[in-house]
Design a binder for this molecule. Sequence first.
Ligand SMILES: *Cc1c(COP(=O)(O)O)cnc(C)c1O
Ligand SMILES: [Zn+2]
Length: 419
Amino acid sequence: MADLALPDAPDAPGVADDGVWLHCIECGRDHAPFDDIIYTCPDCGGLLEARYDRYPTFDGFDGRGVWRYNVALPFEAGVTLPEGDTPLHRVPRLRESIGVRNLRIKHEGMNPTGSFKDRGMTVGVRVAEELGVDRLACASTGNTSAALAAYGARAGLQTLVLLPAGKVAAGKIAQASLHGARILEVDGNFDACLDIVQGLADRGEAYLLNSLNPFRLEGQKTIGLEILEAFRDDHGRFPDRIVLPVGNAGNTAALYKCFRELVAGGDLAEEDVPKLTGVQAEGAAPMVEAIEEGLEDTRRWEHVETIATAIRIGNPVNAPKALPGIRATGGTAVSVSDSGITAAQRDLAEEGVGVEPASAASVAGLRKLREEGVVDADEDVVCLTTGHLLKDPDAAAAAGSDPEPVANSTEAVLEHLAE
Ligand SMILES: *Cc1c(COP(=O)(O)O)cnc(C)c1O
Ligand SMILES: [Zn+2]
């Protein structure tokens, strides 16, 4: 069983480098962070997490964006475009229609390549520089490949991405392509792509920048830090609940780590930790199954399908980190239909917030949990929207209304409008 407890007074082990090391959540052994390239524990294969000889506090943050939080990160600065500092929208009509005290939308689609993956990549690519690698790689449902391609280009490194053929939204492939990634389309789903790219990384062919890489999650912690700071500034307290779409469960794991570190540092009371609430599509819901059945890890779903291609994942690699987070914070996990996702995408669009389908899953899940009475009317809720509308122009066009052909004259247009 994974042990995610943080020590009260962290003592750097001998393997630490400048107060940073990697800790195995399964066997508890510590490893040097930047000597050999490791993604999982060399002793037991367990997931690793970055540990520090210090904990962050709110008064230690300075500047803007991801690197504002550098006291909580392994380096002071990194390859930046810049990322983070995304809006926390108010959506009054949607709040009213769902029926909660406060509803804010943390729109991660406003990052430089249009998804939260940029936050992980700015840190991950900085680590790659430290390790001296020359080729970066990832498996991706699309957004990781777009971020990897852009940040890799910025750093002057080669990039290789493996994508499930026919299942990646157009905007994302266009980004990876223009930013110069070598794109391999695999006849299989995301999970198969990840198996292959892990094989390449194990053979030393490339540096793996999927969320299995613990440093990616360090960057993604900053979503939680931004939410807590901004929500407290506006409302004088922290939100009760954060609802987010779940694919590989990297963000769920990252938010939980953010909260654990703030609690250990003394700036967040245990009872103020927001309830982590994960949302998956009905056709790809192994995390929901694991929560409902009380499993320690997910069962791999071989066949997954959903309009929300960014979360079309059957084997969430970060489940051993994320499941304890959902449970320990008193959260839950819920699955939503594709039609519910599209309806939520329209609801957000009506408030001026344009998101891709996977992002809208968070709002669809909140609505469902509110209807079921799992979420109370007096809760303060933040929904995470993970990617921008233009990522998946086909889904957006299908969810919106059709253009109307008209003749080429003002008279004809007036007549058409009057119909
Ligand atoms: C990557 C991604 C997700 C899934 O996030 P995980 O951290 O893998 O759970 C959700 N939505 C979008 C738009 C993404 O790009
Ligand atoms: Zn181990």
